[in-house]
Design a protein around this ligand. Structure first.
Ligand code: GMT
Length: 379
């Protein structure tokens, strides 16, 4: 590394979910590139190995008190940011998901200024922090304020950038830095896994999400139903959330529950994708669709809705297909088209992988490093 290594503070949600995964993987990339990364959040992020070189984890603890109906997490988070910046010599804070991270970071920066320390805040907008939760009148003024007072703002897709500008009185430039993924290497036990999951040579259709309403889980099951009427297949459902039971109930009422495989919040997503033939993502809203990109990185074609940023990654007729939100008939047709013939399937697989390789962590990680350096030199 020719330039001085950076000391970065990362604030994110530690749970399953795209923004936490992006924050963790980016932090890991920075650490492996020689920078020091301090994660500040309320639990150890799911994909974080805190024993790795250059990686540190600072847990935010919220003290309870009989007066509190709601615990003041933002206060505790701001205080932890202040302490960590002062004790660890952090030069910049990168916060993922605006609510409440950008707001808490603004407070931390103001407190630090009083102590003679001025550091830039970079806010990355991920999706529902803008398209759903952020628009709620209970949050909108604070979200707008904290975006406008960030030193740099990025969004994970052009679609999210445009939606932010049209829905909030934001006067900041928003730079689009798309999400990224690792390109997959095939697991050694691929043959054995395929034989276990699809003993009769069935096609494996996969869906990964947090099973919230925006994911349109009914459409996943109904699309699979249509496909399974023509092609022997199984549906693997990874993740958990409020709509999980509905999926099982629908599968039962359609008479296909024995073809649904629920794997819950498994850590084996990549291994499952390695044996999958088709990925479904019919979301109502999807600012980027990291799950779809991860499928493509494993060479799995995607049939998705055309919501939000999905058309920026899934190329219609090439890496898979895009359908209007809720158009299950079209998704069935497209799924059958992808799976129809081995040679067609193989073309889709190769195009999906080629498209995913444009979003490699090495390429996208460099853009964040540049952004960090620009934020520091502007200060
Ligand atoms: O809203 C969610 O689904 C969770 C959110 C998150 O913070 O984990 O996901 C959003 O961010 C991901 C990472 O940037 C994107 O890949 C998802 O498309 C986006 N989700 C939505 O827009 C619904």
């Amino acid at each position: 590394m020719s330039q001085k290594p950076l000391r970065i503070g990362v604030v994110c949600y530690p749970t399953y979910g795209g923004s936490g995964v992006v924050a963790t993987e980016l932090g890991k990339f920075m650490a492996s590139s020689g920078h020091t990364v301090h994660f500040i959040t309320y639990n150890q992020p799911v994909r974080l190995d805190i024993l790795k070189e250059n990686i540190y984890y600072h847990e935010v603890n919220v003290e309870d008190y009989p007066l509190f109906q709601y615990q003041p997490y933002e206060l505790a988070l701001s205080s932890k940011m202040v302490d960590t910046v002062l004790n660890e010599g952090i030069e910049l804070l990168h916060v993922h998901y605006a609510i409440p991270h950008a707001y808490a970071a603004y407070m931390a920066r103001e407190i630090l200024k009083e102590k003679g320390v001025d550091i830039p805040i970079i806010t990355t907008l991920h999706g529902t922090d803008i398209t759903l939760v952020g628009k709620n009148p209970s949050y909108k003024p604070a979200v707008t304020f904290s975006i406008n007072h960030s030193n740099k703002v990025t969004s994970v897709s052009e679609s999210l950038r445009l939606e932010t500008l049209s829905s909030f009185p934001v006067r900041k430039d928003i730079e689009v830095i798309p999400n990224f993924t690792d390109l997959e290497t095939e697991p050694d036990d691929k043959g054995e896994m395929k034989a276990n999951l699809a003993p009769k040579g069935e096609k494996l259709v996969t869906h990964v999400s947090n099973f919230r309403k925006v994911k349109r889980i009914d459409d996943v099951v109904n699309t699979f139903f249509g496909i399974s009427q023509k092609i022997p297949s199984k549906l693997i459902l990874i993740g958990d959330g409020p709509e999980r039971q509905k999926a099982e109930d629908l599968g039962r009422s359609l008479g296909i529950v024995d073809r649904l495989i629920f794997l819950g919040r498994t850590r084996e997503v990549r291994r499952v994708l390695a044996v999958s033939d088709l990925f479904l993502l019919p979301s109502e809203k999807e600012s980027f669709g990291l799950a779809a990109l991860e499928a493509m990185a494993a060479g799995v074609p995607v049939v998705s809705s055309n919501a939000g940023g999905l058309p920026e990654i899934n190329q219609h007729g090439k890496t898979g297909y895009l359908a209007d939100i809720g158009d299950v008939d079209a998704m069935v047709r497209f799924g059958l088209e992808v799976l129809s013939e081995d040679s067609v399937h193989q073309q889709f697989r190769e195009a999906a992988f080629a498209q995913a390789s444009k979003f490699s962590i090495d390429k996208i990680g460099q853009r964040y490093i540049e952004l960090y350096r620009n934020a520091l030199s502007a200060g």
